[in-house]
Structures are given as structure tokens and as C-alpha cells.
Design a protein around this ligand. Structure first.
Ligand code: BG6
Length: 504
């Protein structure tokens, strides 16, 4: 456990949902577990008219409501929290911020080490750095200054490049921390440890032994209250361009020489830059876009996407995408990666399935099961290996059996510290420690945009959009995508060992 040097956090958008639901609770947990430095302050900045006292009260209510807090510890934590109401897009208001920061730096006697977290709409990602710079807040004292931003990191390749250009005007790349919260998940990081700490899997991890790979990011919820945002995003921008491609990179990358920000991210970007560009044929044959329709699930009426608040009643935004893609490199040449994500599917599950090839000669018949390795990212985090064993009785029939490992069992047996860091705790801690390994680098973000650009262009036109009933695994066409290759998706259930089609 590495405790950051004395440092401070300035949160822009401090009155918003992200701050209340994720950031402050994560900082509180880090405080409780003694992972914050001895001297630190948190300054919330937003337009909303709070005083420091009323902001603390609002946070206190939210923390008590949403998490298990110790009221005494909460009080001491909140003593480190301050609030300043300014118009964050008005350069003149930054004089007030400068005064507040100076007071706090003096009061806490901290070095000027400061993390600026932009929990704001993306339109402010270019405005706030410029105002900070003009007010000399980026070169105050000799402490480090870092900036944290989170998706959407652009809307397409051109806007992502423009955003990077604007940020690089004020920050060096090493000062920019782009959050992809999937990289903060313990089980996504475990992909690296599982692959590179064990000698037995890596030799099989390539085109010679792997038949195909599935990556599923299924969600049970619909778009909830985010219809307005989602209309402009869709499943492609919301999940595939970022989270799922980052997971894919972890599965497919070469071993880094060392685990640090440069070495690891160099390997990540190589994979993303090797994604086979999408052709006209791929658009027709290898991509399925869908949208959920009204249906009844276990007696409950579920509204169609088009009936959700903030959504146009003739919307053509996809809430589901499935695709087959390839990686043009030595290791993966010719191995299909099938990736799917969607809302209103039967359950919430994120997993990677490595399907190994059949044995070269089928001594036990064509039906002997091929080996599968299932890496469950959430929920029921774990790893499951499926292989053939002899079916008891006469003859030599091979039957599929499962060996599984669940993190929860380790916790139950007291072998790991019961509580894992959640994604925001881990990422905030890393940003304070200056470790960018788990943050998306600009070239990786751009490689992802470059890869999805043809699909975005296709999506703008009169593309085929397939309806699927809520509570199903998406359009039938997504099944055909694998059927034509004589393969099929795994239909996972919440229970790791249950591979049957899962009804709600
Ligand atoms: C977010 C998307 O980035 O990730 C959401 O905007 C999605 O639409 C969420 O629901 C999924 O995250 P998780 O951690 O619940 O898998």
C-alpha cells in the first residue's frame, strides 16, 4: 500500500451526481482505510450556491444514505472538505479560486501538489484548463499539478484529437489522467496478473490454440434517466469504444517488460492500433445493431427505448451492438473476437470467454467438448475452466466438467482482505500517487476512435437496426453472427457455473 505525498484535490462539478455518488464516497473510504496522506484538503467547486458548511451537510446526508459510515470518522473527514461557488466558465471568477487555494495551502501547510478533477460536462474540459492556466493556478509553487477527466473523451476521432490538442496546450501528457472506470476494476487488472504471473496459460494464448474469444458486457438496466445523453452516444460510444476495447486490449496485449505506465500502455496501444480496420463487408456482415422494444418481463411491463424520457420516438440510436473483429498481428492473426454489449438484457454480466481449439484428432468423437476459460469480471468475480472428463460407465465418452474459482470464496476463507478497492478508490489513489498505468493514454483513446469511426459513419446513415425484446439476449441476428461460423455465444447467468440461457 503506497500512501500519496501530502496533496490536495480540487473537484470541479462538485455539486453533481458523479461527485456525490462516486468521488466523495471513494475519498471517504480511502480516508477510513488510512490511504490518504496526513495533510490534504478537498475543495469542491461548482456553480451551485453552497457554503462549505452547507456542502458538508449535503455530503454527510448523501454518505449516510448510500454507504455504511461511522459518524465520528465522517465528521473528521468532512473537516478536510471545503466548497467554493463560482462560474467555472468565467475566467474572472478564478481570482476567487486562487484566493481560496492560497488560504488552504497555507492553512494545511501542504506543498502545492494538486489534482484537478473535472467532474463536469465535457464542454468544460477545454475551458477550465485555460482558466486555470490564465490565473496561474497551474504553476503555483513547485508541487505537481495533474488533471483527471472522464468520458466522453471526444465524440469521434476529430473531436478526440482536438480535445487532446487543447489539453496538451496546458498539460504534459504525463499530467493527464483519463479515467476508464473499467480499468479500475480489480478483475480487469487481474487479467494482467492471471496472464503474466502464470506460466501455464500464456503459451496457449495465441492463434495456434485459441479458436475464438468472446467479450460480453451485458446490462439489465435500461437507459434510466440518461436518455438525453444516450441519444447522442448509443452503445458504441457508451461502452464499446472505451470499456470493451480496453478489456480486449488487456486480453490480447503482449506481456509488458515491467508493470508501469509507459511499458503497460505501450503494449495496450499496440493492440488497439492493430485492430483490423472495418471494411464495407464487415459493416454488412459482422456488425449487428439493436434497440430494445416494449415487452413484458415476468409480469412487468418494460417500456421501449423510444418511450424512455429524453428519447425521440423515432430514435435510431442503438442500445445493443455485437460485432466480429480481428487483430492484425502475429499472435492473433485469423482469430475472431466477438464482442457484444447491450442494455435491458437478462442480467448484468461482464465476462471474457477464451474458446480453445478442439484436439487435432477427435479420438473420443466429434462431440467431445472443446476447452473454455471464462474470466468473469462482474458480478461473481471469478475464473472458470471447462474441460472434458470421462463420463462414468462403459465406453469412453467425454463429458464437460467445470473447475471454478470465485474471489468471494477467498474472502470467505479470510485469504484476502475482505474489501476490495472499488474502481474510483483505486483510480483516485493512483492519480494521487502519480501512477498512470490504469489510465487511458491519448494514443490509445485515439486508436479506439479510429477503429469505430466507420461504424459511427454507418450508424448515421440508414443502417439496419434490429429490435429486441427487453429481457432477451439481443437480436437474433447477433446469434447468426456466430452461427455462420459454426460457433455460439455463451449465455451466462449470474451464477458462474450456470451456462444455460438465462431468463429474468
Ligand atoms: C458507463 C456507461 O460508462 O458504464 C453506462 O455510461 C454503463 O451506460 C456503465 O451503465 C457500466 O458500468 P459498470 O461498472 O456498471 O459495468
Amino acid at each position: 500500500m503506497r500512501i500519496p505525498d501530502n496533496s490536495n484535490i480540487v473537484i470541479f462539478g462538485a455539486s453533481g451526481d458523479l461527485s456525490f455518488r462516486k468521488l466523495i464516497p471513494a475519498l471517504y473510504q480511502l480516508y477510513v482505510t488510512k490511504q490518504l496522506p496526513d495533510c490534504f484538503f478537498i475543495l469542491g467547486v461548482s456553480r451551485t450556491n453552497y457554503s462549505s458548511e452547507s456542502y458538508r451537510e449535503a455530503l454527510s446526508l448523501a454518505l449516510i444514505e448510500h454507504s455504511d459510515v461511522d459518524e465520528g470518522t465522517l465528521l473528521t473527514f468532512l473537516e478536510h472538505v471545503y466548497y467554493l461557488a463560482i462560474n467555472t466558465s468565467d475566467e474572472n471568477d478564478y481570482a476567487k479560486l486562487s484566493l481560496s487555494l492560497n488560504d488552504l495551502y497555507n492553512h494545511y501547510n501542504t506543498p502545492y501538489n494538486t489534482l484537478f478533477y473535472l467532474a463536469t460536462p465535457p464542454s468544460l474540459f477545454t475551458v477550465i484548463p485555460e482558466c486555470l492556466s490564465k490565473s496561474n493556478l497551474l504553476d503555483q509553487g513547485d508541487g505537481w499539478k495533474r488533471i483527471v477527466i472522464e468520458k466522453p473523451l471526444g465524440y469521434d476521432l476529430a473531436s478526440a484529437i482536438a480535445l487532446d490538442k487543447s489539453l496538451h496546450h496546458f498539460f504534459d501528457e504525463s499530467q493527464i489522467y483519463r479515467i476508464d472506470h473499467y480499468l479500475g476494476k480489480e478483475t480487469v487488472q487481474n487479467l494482467l496478473v492471471f496472464r503474466f504471473a502464470n506460466g501455464m496459460f500464456e503459451p496457449l494464448w495465441d492463434r495456434k490454440y485459441v479458436d475464438y474469444i468472446e467479450i460480453t458486457g451485458a446490462e439489465k438496466l435500461g437507459v434510466e434517466a440518461r436518455g438525453r445523453y444516450y441519444e447522442g452516444a448509443g452503445a458504441l460510444r457508451d461502452m464499446l469504444q472505451n470499456h470493451l476495447l480496453q478489456v480486449l486490449a488487456m486480453v490480447a496485449m503482449e506481456p509488458p517488460a515491467v508493470i508501469n505506465a509507459d511499458s503497460t500502455r505501450n503494449e495496450v496501444v499496440k493492440v488497439l492500433q492493430s485492430l483490423k480496420p472495418i471494411s464495407e463487408d464487415d459493416l454488412k456482415n459482422n456488425i449487428v445493431l439493436g434497440q430494445y422494444t416494449e415487452s413484458t418481463v415476468q409480469g412487468d411491463n418494460m417500456v421501449a427505448y423510444r418511450q424512455e424520457p429524453g428519447v425521440a420516438n423515432d430514435s435510431r440510436t442503438e442500445t445493443y451492438v455485437a460485432m466480429k473483429l480481428f487483430i492484425n498481428n502475429w499472435r492473433w492473426n485469423g482469430v475472431p473476437f466477438y464482442v457484444r454489449t447491450g442494455k435491458r438484457l437478462p442480467t448484468r454480466v461482464t465476462e471474457v470467454v477464451i474458446h480453445f481449439k478442439q484436439t487435432p484428432h477427435p479420438v473420443f468423437g466429434q462431440n467431445a467438448p472443446a476447452n473454455k476459460l471464462i474470466l468473469r469480471i462482474q458480478p461473481d468475480e471469478g475464473i472458470m475452466m471447462q474441460f472434458g472428463l470421462k463420463n462414468p460407465g462403459s465406453g469412453f465418452e467425454a463429458k464437460e466438467v467445470t473447475m471454478d474459482f470465485r474471489y468471494q470464496d477467498l474472502a470467505d476463507e479470510g485469504e484476502i482482505d475482505g474489501r476490495l478497492l472499488n474502481a474510483y478508490e483505486r483510480l483516485l489513489l493512483d492519480a494521487l500517487n502519480g501512477d498512470a498505468t490504469l489510465f487511458a493514454r491519448s494514443d490509445a483513446v485515439q486508436a479506439c476512435w479510429k477503429f469505430v469511426e466507420p461504424i459511427l459513419a454507418y450508424q448515421k446513415g440508414k443502417h439496419a437496426l434490429h429490435g429486441y425484446a427487453c429481457g432477451t439476449w439481443g437480436p437474433k441476428e447477433a446469434e447468426y453472427l456466430l452461427q455462420v461460423d459454426k460457433r455460439s455465444w455463451r449465455f451466462p447467468c449470474k451464477n458462474l457455473a450456470n451456462t444455460q440461457y438465462c431468463e429474468l
